[in-house]
Design a protein around this ligand. Structure first.
Ligand code: NOJ
Length: 512
């Protein structure tokens, strides 16, 4: 396990919307380079950059046309290499986004595979053997190519599925997982990984990591074998490089498939929702940080995965990402502070989504580049009160997406000047994490008190005791372990007397 992960705090950058240095209204790699000191100062020492490769942008770049070429709107391959170099000089690692499950339908591999004449790429994607034979239960396209067959989709209509084979093969056109064409796809992905690792990147966030082999078994064992091979390659050739999966099943992704980290996402029934956005009951939000929830709902899932993975890799909790409505949509600033306090003091490797550090809002705006409901979480970063909030010199109509024009729209500048702003609290929390090894990825974790409907939630990280109380009531916790200690960090009203902690409404405490 690379050492640098132990104290890593990631910052996810949606490159379109971070910082535009050439005045075209779209963020670019030079913009990220310009803001490296900001990122460092926030307490983040690692980046995940959403796909920045050549693409027709039907899905914001998750439809790759050339895996080895930076999209011209973001700059050049040289800019990306410069970003690696300058980030490394500041102690920041950089992950790129690897999209292994599909390409754009404009990718040259796909163009070749559409041809009636068999060629090197005929087996790179999943095709049936007849245009009138579809793929049962799966999205597919018929009649768009000279080739006599239908091709399978992995996500949108513009994203044909790459062929890694099928585990349970029920039709003759289904390749086996060790067929030459499936192996060729695997090699092509490893080749892309090596290409960027050789230029200085530190690894990958892997898109839809569980989607490779079709008709895989329930535990995704065939897909896992592919990632085990990728992990072996990293361990042997690039031992400092890491992979984090979009899988949201750490037990499988880490303990079985070999990922260094896996996100706990907002897929149905998953931990993120029970913490921040839990709408299962119509009209009511039962999430823990809304103050009406039950921490057990989160812990039930978290502890299962934590126990299965704690010696093998890291669970990644996120403040948000480019696929999910920003939680500032429903949570107050204080609730966000408490939520971030938990994320940044749990084991594993936390991720902050750009703009979440200032509580940027989810905007109700029309879709762009396949964003649909996700578009509102992808708006340009709000730096200051200059033109376009410091994001770009372009005319406002030219911006990649409109910005939050409300009078009280948060900006970095405003919040940097306000001592207890969300931004400042985020910085304090990352600083705390860097200061105490016990709070970092490997520090031990033990639940001391987690009762349904009875806050605070109290947990131990190494020698530290932490308590979070998102409810609107003053709550108490008594434990011999609290004697002769003191509060070393707090949000809201907190007091410690002898063996009793009094946690005021919406509070958080770190006790040393
Ligand atoms: C997950 C990505 O996070 C999302 O933005 C994308 O649309 C799909 N995968 C398809 O690649």
């Amino acid at each position: 396990m690379p050492e640098w992960l132990k104290d890593a705090v990631f910052y996810e950058i949606y490159p379109q919307s971070f910082c535009d240095t050439n005045g075209d209204g779209i963020g670019d790699l030079q913009g990220i380079i310009r803001k490296l000191d900001y990122i460092k100062d926030l307490g983040c020492n690692a980046l995940w950059i959403n796909p920045c490769f050549d693409s027709p942008f039907m899905d914001a770049g998750y439809d790759v046309r050339d895996y080895k070429k930076v999209a011209p709107r973001y700059g050049t391959n040289e800019d990306l290499i410069q970003l690696f170099t300058e980030a490394h000089q500041k102690g920041i690692h950089v992950l790129l986004d690897l999209v292994p499950g599909h390409t754009s339908d404009t990718h040259p591999w796909f163009r070749e595979s559409c041809k009636a004449e068999p060629n090197e790429y005929s087996g790179r994607y999943i095709w049936t053997s007849h245009v009138f034979e579809g793929i049962e239960g799966r999205p597919y396209i018929a009649g768009m190519a000279d080739r006599n067959g239908c091709y399978m989709l992995n996500f949108f209509a513009s994203q044909p599925a790459l062929n890694y084979g099928w585990l349970n093969r029920t039709r003759p056109w289904m390749s086996s997982v060790d067929s030459p064409e499936a192996l060729a796809t695997r090699d092509a992905m490893l080749d892309i990984m090596r290409f960027w690792l050789d230029q200085g990147c530190d690894g990958f966030r892997v898109d839809m990591a569980d989607s490779l082999v079709k008709n895989d078994d329930e535990r995704k064992s065939a897909t896992s074998r592919i990632w085990q091979e990728a992990r072996r390659m990293l361990d042997e050739e690039y031992p400092e490089a890491v992979m984090v999966s979009e899988w949201s099943n750490p037990e499988l992704a880490i303990a079985q498939a070999g990922f260094h980290m896996d996100f706990l996402l907002d897929h149905a029934g998953h931990g993120y929702n029970s913490l921040f956005r839990d709408y299962e009951t119509e009209g009511e939000d039962h999430s823990y940080f809304k103050g009406n929830g039950d921490i057990q709902r989160f812990l039930g899932e978290y502890l299962y995965h934590y126990k299965k993975t704690k010696d093998k890799g890291y669970i990644s909790l996120i403040t948000g990402n480019h696929d999910t409505p920003r939680i500032s949509r429903t949570l107050t600033e204080r609730q966000l502070k408490l939520g971030y306090a938990l994320i940044l003091t749990m084991p594993g490797v936390p991720f902050i989504y750009y703009g979440d550090e200032i509580g940027m809002r989810y905007l109700d705006i029309p879709t762009k580049e396949g964003g649909y409901a996700r578009t509102g979480s992808r708006t340009p970063m709000q730096w200051d009160n200059t033109k376009n909030m410091g994001f770009s010199e372009a005319d406002a109509e030219q911006l990649y997406l409109p910005q939050d024009l409300s009078d009280d729209a948060p900006t970095v500048r405003k919040q940097a000047r306000t001592p207890d702003s969300l931004y400042q609290v985020t910085r304090q929390l990352t600083a705390l994490r860097h200061k105490y090894t016990d709070l970092q990825a490997d520090g031990s974790f033990e639940v001391l008190h987690a009762e349904s409907g009875k806050d605070p939630f109290v947990y131990r990280r190494g020698s530290l005791i932490l308590a979070v109380n998102p409810s609107c009531e003053t709550t108490r916790y008594t434990d011999e372990l609290l004697r002769n200690r003191k509060v070393i960090y707090q949000i809201g009203e907190v007091s410690l007397q002898e063996d009793t902690l009094t946690a005021g409404p919406e509070s958080f405490a770190v006790i040393g």
